[in-house]
Write a protein that binds this ligand. Sequence first.
Ligand code: G3H
Ligand code: 13P
Ligand code: ZN
Length: 332
Amino acid sequence: MVSYKELGLVNTREMFAKAVAGGYAIPAFNFNNMEQLQAIIKAAATKRSPVILQVSKGARSYANQTLLRYMAQGAVEYAKELGWENPQIVLHLDHGDTFETCKSCVDMGFSSVMIDGSALPYEENIAVTKKVVEYAHQFDVTVEAELGVLAGVEDEVSAEESHYTRPEEVIDFTSKTGCDSLAISIGTSHGAYKFKPEQCTRDPKTGILIPPPLAFDVLAEIEKKLPGFPIVLHGSSSVPQEYVKIINENGGKLPDAVGIPEEQLRKAAKSAVCKINIDSDSRLAMTAMVRKVFNEKPGEFDPRKYLGPARDEMQKLYEHKIVNVLGSDGKA
Ligand code: G3H
Ligand code: 13P
Ligand code: ZN
């Protein structure tokens, strides 16, 4: 049993309370490898932003859960080396699917876990979430739960259809489970194809798809039922069209990739939404740079020569999100 406190990590409790009161959101960035982690920490340290490092089931099977945990421990020391005196870093399990997975992360030093029972019948979601909360709280580990279903397909997270969170359930759910934050469904979804072209309108000049707005009315109803309660948005990548263009111009094929417009996320960050999950945008930044180097310098075979530019671009992206979308700069 390792306590995250010994590793210099923090849980989300105080971070979320400050974010809700201050009208900003904490970035939750997924990581699977060293370059992503370096870029996240450099961006957070440079901008003095609290940050959540997320480990998904896919990341755990790709990179190994133990190795990722040690990397997060190293990240705290790296942040200090970069001059960040008191780093506010959370190590979070993203989309934990069973009690056993959550327990194993709590036991090895994660400071926050998500139990995603959103695909289960309501009462079963309550039962498993409550069990995780009872275990995690013994060690002061915070717990994110989910109500409502996000559409989208990724390696390990998939659902055919989304349905919005039902505001009439949120008081019952949070009081019965004791969860510390609640992920809701208001029209975001995972991956780089968040809307079908027929759900969007098309800019006549550029041909770029313009997606429908998020359900801010549902968010407002939830906030009314749970004043000040920390709300989480998954599936919040914006799918920057400049990266899609670079990818497509350098041998890639991402037709009609579309995300959540940044102004909608800015609006959400000012509300009780205090954690915004971003993974796909970092994948796009990395892929764009790697494809560009491969295309422009076919003789290059030193991984540092293509992963280096990818890392720099991801740092730029993370800093942009922190400053221009979430408003979490200068908060740590
Ligand atoms: O919520 C999904 C995250 O983007 C993680 O996806 O399971 O492919 O690592 P992944
Ligand atoms: P995106 O696919 O929009 O980046 O969402 C990531 C996410 O929600 C991780 O849990
Ligand atoms: Zn998610």
